[in-house]
Design a protein around this ligand. Structure first.
Ligand SMILES: [Zn+2]
Length: 202
């Protein structure tokens, strides 16, 4: 598995290209902006985009979904719970009619890779994380040393705490790839992340 991080847009949301090096098929997680940056990387590496995975529907994570669909014909996978609830700054992302709706426990296979959906509401009602092998893509649920804000429409601090608790209780360690800022590991966050520790009652 090869993981490329492309921080895109003025919010510098992390778009991840996750490739199976045997088949050169890949998934693109959260194409938030800068379709040219994303397509340049895809073309240079001769990857085939099979899936577009969305951690949540905020504009900084979804801005280039439509263009990427058009460019690649890839299937979009999204949790419908973010639906049309978002307003204002986090304006509505219209879920494409061709999208595959996903929820907790669903899996998406791309080449030899298997992504599993974990429902983690709190930052938004439809926020999800994806695991794939030893990688955990956390969107705006878990950041290095922090967690996503819960004061936007549909945000909920109690749900965020339950979601952080759920991530902390996953078995074993993971490389954590968050929606903004640097990668970290689940063990480091279990040890150092104030919000995760609070969620665990420590
Ligand atoms: Zn967000």
């Amino acid at each position: 598995m090869l993981i490329k991080t492309l921080p895109v847009g003025h919010m510098e949301a992390n778009c991840y290209v996750v490739a199976d090096e045997n088949t050169l098929q890949c998934a693109v997680i959260d194409p938030g902006d800068e379709i040219n940056t994303i397509m340049d990387y895809i073309e240079q590496t001769r990857l085939t985009v099979k899936a577009i995975l969305i951690t949540h529907c905020h504009f900084d994570h979804t801005g280039a979904v439509e263009s990427l669909m058009e460019e690649t014909g890839a299937v979009v996978y999204v949790n419908p719970a973010d639906g049309a609830a978002e307003t204002g700054r986090s304006r509505t992302f219209v879920i494409p009619r061709s999208a595959v709706l996903i929820g907790d426990g669903d899996t998406v296979e791309v080449g030899g890779l298997k992504f599993t959906v974990l429902s983690t509401p709190g930052h938004s009602p439809g926020s999800v994380c994806f695991t794939c092998e030893n990688a955990l893509f956390t969107g705006d649920t878990l950041f290095e040393g922090s967690c996503g804000r819960t004061d936007l429409p549909g945000g909920d601090m109690d749900q965020m705490m339950a979601s952080l608790r759920r991530l902390a209780r996953l078995e074993g360690d993971y490389e954590v790839y968050p929606g903004h800022m640097d990668a970290t590991t689940l063990d480091l966050e279990r040890a150092n992340n104030y919000y995760m520790r609070y969620a665990l009652g420590e």
